[in-house]
Design a protein. Structure first.
Length: 405
């Protein structure tokens, strides 16, 4: 126990020092304040040497000494290896998109090309009203489903209250848990959860672009309940406070934890709001609050079902751009065609690739992996059983390779 605890402490301190070189590397930290570095930045070459030493130390630990915590050590080792990769990238070493997925996120997502997505676009072409360019038709059609800014607060509050109510039925949350919502702009993301520790989050919603009615449940569940807010609170409660496993007091964005963080947040939407229940709540509660005619919902959800099948477009475009196969203009054109996004929103998404690179896989592949992994544990259609294994995963995180059974 002492050996792993010491390794965990060194990992946390290493991560904080890496964070001095990369502003967004450390997404959340709620460990001891005295561990935060107060001196000047440690040179990256020194951090690389230290990280490599920690990897060797983790590998050398006697399995007999840590038998009961082997999975904990495996998790920590993968994160240390990921730290080495990220430091190398800060030093200017380039790797391919696929190599980055494996080295940073412990993941090997599937690949899809235009032929796969063309079939989905053909189905959407038959569903979306109007004639002419599919992208413009889709943008025009969606205008009726934009939430007015002056109604966004009421709509989002209703969604997050319902997401919280559903989550609290199955997950024991600390009494003091809380969050604050802020409307912001000029960001490369649509929403963000900044977990501050002690079961408190700051959730920011980006209002640069219109927010469509179906995004409200996505954001409420993904960022809040049972998504990021609950995931971080569960780790803090069960692993940091109860066990003293300090490696979980820090969440490095470009690390294997992100695949589970984003994947469970996306899949958590399905857990909290099974499809038919979601449709009913949005149609009967959120549509009226937003001033959108509920009778328009039937076709809208038919389109949404097909639209969700385009999620891996992100990976295709990001991979080609990062690997230098396409330029910025070509990336925007591909997004406009296959993600059916406007030119402005496509440019925003490209900015996300430029900043976060292969991180895009954590949303779609992460969601699919979590869904498939939990399906192996739930042998029936019991809602209680699904919530149980889902909450267990949040309290005892696994990396991608650990979930591949």
């Amino acid at each position: 126990m002492k050996l792993i605890n010491n390794l965990a402490e060194q990992y946390v301190k290493l991560s904080l020092k890496i964070g001095q070189h990369a502003k967004y590397y450390v997404d959340a930290y709620y460990g001891p304040k005295e561990w935060r570095p107060t001196d000047e930045k440690t040179p990256l070459t020194d951090l690389k040497c230290h990280a490599e030493q920690l990897v060797k130390l983790a590998i050398s630990l006697d399995k007999n000494d840590i038998a009961e915590q082997q999975e904990r050590l495996d998790f920590l080792l993968l994160h240390l290896k990921s730290s080495v990769t990220y430091i190398n990238q800060l030093l200017g070493f380039n790797i391919t998109f696929a190599q980055e997925c494996k080295s940073l996120y412990d993941a090997q997502p599937p690949k899809f090309d235009e032929q796969h997505f063309d079939k989905i676009l053909t189905r959407l072409d038959k569903l979306i009203p109007g004639e002419g360019d599919l992208n413009q038709r889709f943008i025009n059609y969606r205008e009726d489903f934009i939430i007015p800014i002056n109604k966004l607060d009421d709509v989002f509050s209703a969604a997050i209250n319902e997401a919280r109510r559903r989550t609290l039925q199955f997950i024991d949350i600390p009494d003091n848990e809380n969050f604050t919502v802020e409307l912001v702009n000029d960001q490369i993301w649509s929403a963000y959860n900044w977990y501050k520790g002690d079961s408190y989050s700051l959730i920011q919603l980006n209002t640069d672009f219109p927010i469509y009615i179906e995004r409200v449940i996505d954001l409420a569940a993904h960022e809040g309940y049972p998504g990021h807010h609950i995931f971080n609170a569960q780790m803090e409660k069960h692993l940091v406070n109860a066990n003293g496993w300090m490696e979980y007091s820090i969440y490095n964005l470009f690390s294997p934890t992100s695949l589970l963080a984003e994947g469970s947040a996306n899949y958590g939407i399905e857990v909290a709001f099974p499809w038919q229940e979601r449709i009913a709540f949005e149609r009967d509660v959120l549509f009226p609050l937003a001033g959108i005619a509920p009778e328009k919902s039937e076709l809208y959800y038919q389109i949404q079902i097909v639209l969700h099948q385009l999620s891996y477009v992100d990976n295709m475009v990001a991979q080609r751009y990062i690997d230098g196969v396409i330029n910025e203009s070509q990336a925007v054109q591909l997004l406009m065609k296959y993600a059916l996004s406007s030119k402005e929103r496509s440019k925003q998404r490209l900015a996300f690739y430029q900043h976060n690179r292969s991180y895009v896989i954590t949303y779609n592949y992460g969601q699919d992996l979590v869904r498939e992994y939990l399906a192996t544990l739930v042998k029936n259609d019991s809602k209680n059983e699904l919530w149980r294994v889902f909450s267990d995963l949040l309290a005892k995180p696994k990396t991608a390779s650990m979930m591949q059974v």
